[in-house]
Design a protein around this ligand. Structure first.
Ligand SMILES: Cc1ncc(COP(=O)(O)O)c(C=O)c1O
Length: 405
């Protein structure tokens, strides 16, 4: 590749495009990341490797080449980074080996010993473990706030609050947050705003446009789209991009080129898949709402779901993940229901083509906003199977659930 032409990807990472209409976004997803360097092949190839040979000592000493060492990036990674930056309206994007690695990198780029970090009570469980374990160990104070603190949000800030971490909707319990409102209060206090935007992707929620400084995505989910890769994506605005990039370099936690290649394939069809999974999920959520075994359906499109008003105001749709709270049933009843399902798989993650269901009560940790439901809670992810088949699978499951009553 010594004499290969320079990569000519659609836009440099420091020139974010304005938010486009949906059709333009679909066209962008389809055509992004093409380059003459790839000799007319539609998809950027997989570049593997550590060593990159320099043309001259001068280039090596001054680090003049576009790529200098495998850990610092290669054309496969750059293609997705640049495409994602443009989609997200960001100054730059890093790719890591998992969503959690991207979250860790982002948090380490903004927090230092002696700082205070404010974290939404409803974040993905391992983020809480990272905050209470690793970050506290390195001298960062962490406290939690309810997902919709309203007027009281300012009271949670301390003199040393450096960053606020949001996740909307909340993991497992699906509370939509007032992201623009919370971001504006955080900025008044001089704090950086980070957000996990995995549920929406930039297609359904414009995190940077709403005031988020660093937006994180588990590319493992919808971007990959086939449950066959692990990937983390974090994009930053111009103010926070230099530190995010530097921290990523210092940690050296890059993504593997095969996973990035697969993720770029997922990028092409992201809009179609997320909307179709969301459409099927909504139909199923409506059906579940009418079932006597169901106490409540936690889906942002439903008026009773927490933060529905923010969802209506700020979001461009709903993806395919939601939760249901059942009427009180025993663990044995629940196991009979779940163990006998034939289409819904029981397993972690989501965003693939297959539907999943997981009991979540044992994973629920809330310290700032008590969880008051008494029945078992299930998280459902709706993939691309026929909705009637999925309803039948659940209906059979409900018969097993209630069979012994
Ligand atoms: C909302 C959310 N964020 C982050 C992650 C972490 O992603 P990964 O499993 O790629 O580390 C997950 C994984 O389930 C998730 O659901």
């Amino acid at each position: 590749m010594l004499n290969a032409p320079k990569l000519q990807l659609p836009l440099p990472p420091d020139a974010p495009a304005p938010r486009a209409r949906r059709g333009a976004t679909q066209t962008f997803l389809t055509h992004a990341a093409r380059s003459k360097a790839f000799h007319g092949f539609v998809n950027p190839p997989i570049y593997r490797g550590s060593t990159v040979l320099f043309e001259s000592m001068d280039d090596l000493v001054h680090g003049r080449a576009e790529f200098t060492y495998g850990r610092k990036g290669n054309p496969s990674l750059r293609a997705l980074e640049q495409a994602w930056s443009e989609l997200a309206g960001a100054a730059g994007t890093i790719l890591c080996g998992s969503g959690l690695a991207a979250i860790t990198t982002a948090l380490l780029s903004v927090a230092r010993a002696g700082d205070h970090l404010l974290v939404a009570d409803t974040v993905y469980g391992p983020v809480r473990e990272l905050c209470d374990g690793l970050l506290e160990r390195f001298g960062v104070e962490v406290s939690y706030f309810p997902p919709d603190p309203g007027e009281t949000f300012g009271d949670y800030f301390r003199n040393n609050t450096a960053a606020v971490y949001l996740e909307s909707p909340g993991s497992l319990t699906m509370e939509i947050q007032d992201v623009p409102g919370l971001a504006s209060v955080a900025h008044e206090h001089g704090a950086c705003v980070l957000m996990d935007n995995t549920w929406s992707t930039p297609l359904l929620f414009d995190a940077h446009g709403a005031g988020v400084d660093i937006s994180i995505e588990a590319g493992t989910k919808y971007l990959g789209g086939a449950s066959d890769l692990l990937l983390g994506v974090a994009s930053a605005n111009a103010a926070y991009w230099p530190m995010l990039q530097k921290t990523h370099n210092m940690l050296g936690c890059i993504a593997g080129p095969e996973d990035v290649f697969l993720a770029l394939r997922g990028f092409r069809t992201l809009d179609l898949r997320i909307r179709e999974s969301g459409r099927r999920a909504l139909e199923l959520a409506q059906w579940l709402r009418a079932r006597p075994e169901v106490c409540s359906v936690l889906h942002p499109a439903f008026e009773q779901s927490p933060g529905h008003g923010y969802w209506k105001r700020d979001y461009h749709g709903a993806s395919g993940l939601f939760s249901v709270v059942l009427e009180p049933f025993s663990q044995q009843d629940l196991a009979r229901m779940l163990d006998g399902l034939s289409l819904f798989g029981m397993g972690y993650s989501w965003g693939g083509f297959e539907s999943l269901i997981t009991p979540i009560d044992h994973d629920l940790v809330r310290t700032a906003s008590p969880w008051s439901h008494t029945g078992p809670t299930l998280r459902l992810y709706i993939g691309l199977e026929d909705v009637e088949d999925l309803k039948q699978d659940l209906a059979d499951g409900f018969s097993r659930l209630t069979g012994n009553r």
